[in-house]
Design a binder for this molecule. Structure first.
Ligand code: FES
Length: 133
């Protein structure tokens, strides 16, 4: 098993335990973290782009196809990965930051949640769904 921590959800950091072989996008879906997936996870869009802050070496090697798609993404850094392509291959902690592009794509794909988030921001000034710890 591995732990995946999403650092920048609307409620702050959230963690999920996943078996080896899980992609970062699958982990996000299990954690209800807002990571986009416009192409459905077939390495065709870059909207699942994340920055891996810890545990980069626990992930599968990047294939040429992923590298080519990342070339078209915004805000690419040395620790960028596509969530649908990066599989967790070794036990440990993977910490990541969902990119702005990915976060906004998720909300575009989930209009009901976007409306609810916009209402929370309007009423409270924060997108949080629960009080800060
Ligand atoms: S979901 Fe489209 S490239 Fe990952």
């Amino acid at each position: 098993m591995a732990t995946v921590r999403f650092l920048n959800t609307d409620d702050g950091a959230v963690e999920v335990e996943v078996p080896l072989g899980t992609t970062l996008l699958e982990a996000a879906q299990k954690a209800n973290a807002p990571e986009g997936s416009a192409c459905g996870g077939v390495c065709g869009c870059s909207t699942c782009h994340v920055h891996v802050k810890q545990g980069f070496k626990l992930l599968s090697e990047m294939a040429d196809e992923e590298n080519d798609i990342l070339d078209k993404a915004f805000d690419v850094v040395a620790v960028s990965r596509l969530g649908c392509q990066a599989k967790i291959e070794r036990e440990g902690l993977v910490e990541l930051h969902i990119t702005r592009e990915s976060y906004e794509t998720w909300y575009n794909e989930h209009p009901k949640e976007r409306h609810a988030r916009d209402e929370r921001v309007k009423l409270t000034g924060s997108p949080r769904t629960k009080p800060a710890p």
